[in-house]
Design a protein around this ligand. Sequence first.
Ligand SMILES: [Mg+2]
Length: 353
Amino acid sequence: MDGLRNTRIEKVEVIPIRAPRKEAVRSGLNPGDPVSASEFGVVRIETAAGIEGLGEISITFPRLGHPLCRFASARIAPELIGEDALAAGRAPARADRLLEGVEGGCHPRAAIAMALLDAAGKCYSIPAWQLLGGRVRERIPPAWGIYQKAPEEMAEEAAWAVREGFSAIKLKVGRRLEDDVRAVRAAAQAAGDLSLRLDANGAWRSAEEALQAIHAFTEVARVEWVEQPVPRNPDLLRRVREGSPVPVMADESCRSLRDAFDLAAARADDVFNIYVAEAGGPREAAALFGFAGSLGIQCIPDLGHAFETFGPLRYAKDIAAAPVRIEGGYLWPPEGPGLGVELDWDVINEYRV
Ligand SMILES: [Mg+2]
């Protein structure tokens, strides 16, 4: 327990990186503006005893990653110096005050919370998941996500995902309806027994437009759910849910416990898409899971759906020295202390901007 000798935060670095993607992101959020590299940031804290804590600022839309890195470096980092890395509630609360009203502020907030959790795990020499209550499964089945492109390319990728052993396939929809239907039909034929989840990223402007699309999709594919059919508005989402033959998932509409409460109060969705970053950190994401569970929504530990944890496979190079193991249709959480991740500094220095 050497790490416990002095847990005072002595150093906070925010490193903006530009990570080239294997394939540009094309979705209902960015028609005509594909994202070929992610503008992210790595937050690195260090305690007086030399324990490191790592977190990431990972926001793709809107493209605010680097401005948020600059804000975190100039405004938040100095405030964290001297804080106790084991006082998990205090440093994020300081960040919250500084980030009030800042667009995308949940991302640097989450990066700090991740870094503190990582450092705490390393101080106690246990994996971060032990600090969150212990793991409920040894491995998790990831889904695979397919961006908008020609229907035959989407079908080819769906067939690849089946061969690789993924448990579910998510398609980005939200283009012209006839293009979407051709893509969904082609991917469904290639997906065999796997059902499809369809993510419009809020592209449909009205409940009527969304329902027309959803009904067309269910004629050509087995649809697990439709994700964020309309923009961020609980009443609009509820109207889609009421007319939809398949479950409706909230993603962009569900960024915080408050959002989840508003969605539940409006009976606007069947499924919550929970991100560590958008929730503001790992503990906050766990709180969202707890809330969903209290509504009777299938949840950890009995979640029967594939997880969308395919991020590391999207990049030309991994910034982790030992990549997270994803194979044979499963992802294994790292076993090392904290988050169990060490940076590959050659890649970080190459991607640093
Ligand atoms: Mg989504």
